[in-house]
Design a protein. Structure first.
Length: 142
């Protein structure tokens, strides 16, 4: 199975975080479906030519966050979507991501209407590119 994960060793983002982000994105967009098995730690590490401990850390973080689940003796699978974090933690994480976006936008000299437009456009593009999980799922998207 090919996840299509690519890493940039020279990036400021740690490799385990790059793996996490790409798996999160694949799950969010439906490229990885609930119940789908991910490659074994050693297999993915060999494919990416990285230390297996790096893959193990990424998988562990994703399991902790409820995105993946480990099935004893069988491997790691995409878990059923569930709310793992309390509302306060979800709000904190959203705020943190939003602050990062705002800092970058301010640094690049964008104004709020430009940021809002780009955010709405990106949201729409991502929702449209998501693979529906059921026949009527696309109709229920906001």
């Amino acid at each position: 199975m090919s996840l299509g994960i690519s890493i940039a060793p020279a990036s400021d983002i740690p490799i385990f975080r790059q793996i996490i982000q790409q798996i999160q994105q694949a799950v969010a967009l439906g490229r990885l479906q609930v119940g789908e098995q991910l490659p074994a730690i050693r297999v993915l590490a060999e494919t990416l030519v990285i230390n297996p401990n790096t893959v193990a850390r990424a998988y562990q973080d994703l399991i902790r966050d409820g995105i993946l689940e480990s099935r004893s003796g069988r491997g790691v699978f995409v878990s059923q979507k569930r709310q793992v974090f309390a509302d306060a933690e979800r709000q904190r994480r959203l705020r943190q991501a939003t602050e990062q976006l705002c800092h970058e936008a301010i640094l690049l000299d964008f104004d709020l209407p430009q940021v809002r437009h780009t955010l709405e456009e990106t949201w729409s593009d991502l929702k449209e590119s998501a693979v529906p999980t059921s026949p009527d799922a696309k109709e229920s998207l906001p």
